[in-house]
Design a protein around this ligand. Sequence first.
Ligand code: F6P
Length: 319
Amino acid sequence: MKKVAVLTSGGDAPGMNAALRAVVRTSIYHGMEVMGVRRGYSGLLNCDFVPLDISSVADIIQRGGTILHTARCDEFFVPEGRALAFTHLREAGVEGLIVIGGDGTFRGALELEKIGMNVIGIPGTIDNDIPCTERTIGFDTAVNTVVDAINKIRDTATSHERAFVIEVMGRRSGFIALAAGLAGGAESIIIPEKPFDIHEIVATLKRGQERGKQHNIIIVAEGVSGAYEISKKILDISRLDTRVIVLGHIQRGGSPSAGDRILASKMGSAAVQLLLKGFRKRMVGIVGDEIKDFDLEWALSQSKEINMEDYILSGILAM
Ligand code: F6P
């Protein structure tokens, strides 16, 4: 293989740049040319291509976001769009495409593979909702961002003896909420994977208050009905002074954690190795601290479960 292309697509995630750096430098190390595709799949349709050399990825390992930019592209999801994307790749002499993104990005890659492109997926999303990998690039940084916010919110919550409902991202999953809630010592964690009873939550908050707790932190994953609604219910039942914070896109920014940089570096390099070995429809993942690879189509048919032991533990520790 002489030339590979790489793109980032879907929601950006801290560590995408570190993955890109690893893809570019590993490819060059093995004597291949690398082409960057800007703005995700729409870049394939518009030939928004840029040659990448060793220096183009200098000084980016520590930068959040993605220097290639990213986009969500509807035109690509019709057969004519994909055929055009494939033609543009072939005309540019590309033999393998590495995509960095979430499940929408992987589905796009799978469609390109069906019409003849060798594709490898690197899981990059703060949501951590990709099967076959214990962690996705960006998740660790996002969780740290949320924990930092919880620490700050807890200060003011304690001063005013208030309850705070903090809504975090995660799309339809509760991975960010659970990890950040556990690390931040939240009194309650509400995730889409687990039905909740508002009366039980209020009872926990009240018990804490009775034994002198001066704050209450409730983490809600965005995939649940909504922080404002939950806050209103808490207020209606308990009369606890309650505030809501939706953390939003702050969770997607910032310099990647060391963990995300290392993960991204290993995954980026592994993706190139797979192409070199002749694999054409794989995703890389981390399982038990080892980088593994899986059939992309099979991986997308799997589901990823939340760790219920962690969920139970968070409840025990919140008392
Ligand atoms: O997939 C990453 C993510 O940040 C989700 O957590 C969130 O639901 C979504 O993207 C937000 O997307 P957008 O930036 O397009 O509003």
